[in-house]
Write a protein that binds this ligand. Structure first.
Ligand code: UDP
Length: 469
């Protein structure tokens, strides 16, 4: 019998592609006889880095095959958000996805999609291929999405007009409407509709593969498995296969080696690391405020600084230019803090940084990968959300999981220098419960991925299903 082919279909954008490839590597590591093909979504933005990455993986993991979907032409300026662009690119690619699924041989036994790729689910259903979602965020938000159609039907208002309301989903702490996913705040937007479509499609999928581990988020997992999030309806099985980390997340910049060498010279757990994911940009005023807060804290720091967002709408989706640190940071800041701080331009090798013995705290934007990376490294967090589902993540991290301190923000997200100073001091010198909880989860994360661990067992169950399909 030929071994099954598994097709992975991530949405555009490096983060989604990298996460899906990590899943492919994990599958192949434990089940090397399977064939893995990755459909590479048409280039829409950040093309160069995507292609470099695909070439790198093709060279280093030749058992993963890449199938490139043809380009679609799109006027990016006509779209209100990056999410809207992604949904439209994928919608237009559907005929090519169908052709790919029909042409891949041996026959496709499982189609694993990103949640942005929801509209390809009916295509796979027509071809009688079971479709699994690969969820690159956690079980809390999955529980919320499974329950979301009920919340949608319970009101006619937009979340942005429901100030002070709390949203309730089984297994999830009450979520203030103001902490809902940024693209879902306006009920009349296409983004809201796209997320609702995803939620409504969940019962039609064969299962959810989640980048988490069983003991990290047990409450929502239990609620999902008991069918409480979709009472009266179908809830597909959930397979927790994480934490899957991109341990090679290096972009090859000169500063990357420099920051690891600098960390080598710092005392154990003395450095606070500040980084806002792959896309987080601070305004010029906010950068100065962070600098003042860091300087006043007196703590050692490693800070990834990017140029502020461009005011030119046509540059929204482009990578910002390298920051001019002298111009952006307060006069004399770099000289005054040079002994105890390092400012890195644009990018740091985050996984290596978090696992360095010198790092004792992480000010994070609460992207799911950053959270998992901190958990695995056992580094406590201060939560400063910016975009996407990060405000939601902050609520569960602080209120339920107790793995992070809350950074107080003004309504527009601004954080004062006083708050930066206070929170950095608390993170580095206090917060014993948070430190203890993160260290415990770090041990559990390693156990989940070890032979016989829960994530390896979940993968085994899934592969059994594929083999018998
Ligand atoms: N990352 C990194 N160096 C940086 C910024 C980000 O290596 O300077 C990596 C980080 O380790 C993580 C990913 O980029 O793997 C960011 O993913 P996350 O889900 O945290 O946030 P997103 O960028 O999707 O908002």
């Amino acid at each position: 019998m030929t071994s099954p082919t598994i097709v992975l279909y991530p949405s555009p954008g490096m983060g989604h592609l990298v996460a899906m490839v990590e899943l492919g590597k994990f599958i192949l590591h434990h089940h090397p006889s399977l064939s893995i093909t990755v459909l590479v979504a048409p280039p829409s933005f950040n093309t160069g880095s995507t292609m470099d990455y695909v070439r790198h993986i093709s060279a280093t993991v030749p058992s993963i095959t890449f199938h490139h979907l043809p380009a679609v032409s799109l006027d990016l300026d006509a779209f209100p958000s990056m999410e809207a662009v992604i949904f439209e690119v994928l919608r237009r690619s559907n005929p090519d996805v169908r052709r790919a699924l029909e042409s891949i041989s041996p026959r496709v036994s499982a189609f694993i999609i990103d949640f942005f790729c929801t509209e390809s689910l009916p295509i796979a259903a027509q071809l009688h291929i079971p479709t699994y979602y690969f969820f690159t965020s956690g079980n809390y938000i999955l529980a919320f999405f499974i329950h979301f159609p009920f919340i949608h039907r319970s009101t006619t208002k937009s979340f942005k007009d429901m100030t002070g309301h709390l949203l309730h989903a089984p297994g999830v702490p009450p979520i203030p409407t103001s902490d809902m996913l940024r693209p879902m705040l306006d009920r009349t937007s296409s983004d809201y509709q796209n997320f609702l479509n995803f939620s409504m499609s969940i019962p039609n999928s064969a299962g959810f593969i989640v980048n988490t581990f069983e003991s990290l988020e047990p409450k929502p997992l239990e609620a999902i498995r008991q069918g409480k999030c979709n009472p009266g309806g179908n809830t597909p099985p959930v397979f927790c296969v994480g934490p899957l980390l991109d341990t090679e997340n290096r972009r090859g910049g000169r500063d990357e080696d420099e920051c690891l060498k600098w960390l080598d010279k710092q005392p154990c757990k003395s450095v606070v690391y500040i980084c806002f994911g792959s896309l987080g940009l601070l305004s010029a005023a906010q950068l100065r405020e962070v600098a003042v807060g860091l300087e006043r804290s007196g703590k050692r720091f490693l800070w990834v600084v990017r140029s502020p967002p461009s005011e030119d709408k046509t540059k929204r989706f482009l990578k910002p230019p390298e920051p001019d640190l002298e111009a952006l940071l307060p006069g004399g800041f770099l000289e005054r803090t040079g002994e105890r701080g390092l400012v890195v331009k644009s990018w740091a090798p985050q996984v290596a940084v978090l696992n360095h013995a010198a790092v004792g705290g992480f000010v994070t934007h609460c992207g799911w990968n950053s959270i998992l990376e901190a958990v695995c490294a056992g580094v406590p967090m201060a939560a400063w959300p910016m975009y996407a589902e990060q405000h939601f993540n902050r609520v569960v991290l602080v209120e339920d999981m107790k793995l992070a301190l809350r950074v107080e923000q003004a309504e527009d997200g601004f954080v004062t220098a006083e708050e930066v100073e206070r929170r950095v001091l608390e993170l580095m010198d206090g917060a014993p419960e948070v430190r203890k909880a993160v260290e415990e989860k770090s041990v559990e994360a390693r156990a989940a991925l070890a032979d016989g661990g829960s994530s390896v067992a979940a993968l085994g169950k899934m592969v059994d299903l594929w083999n018998s399909a």
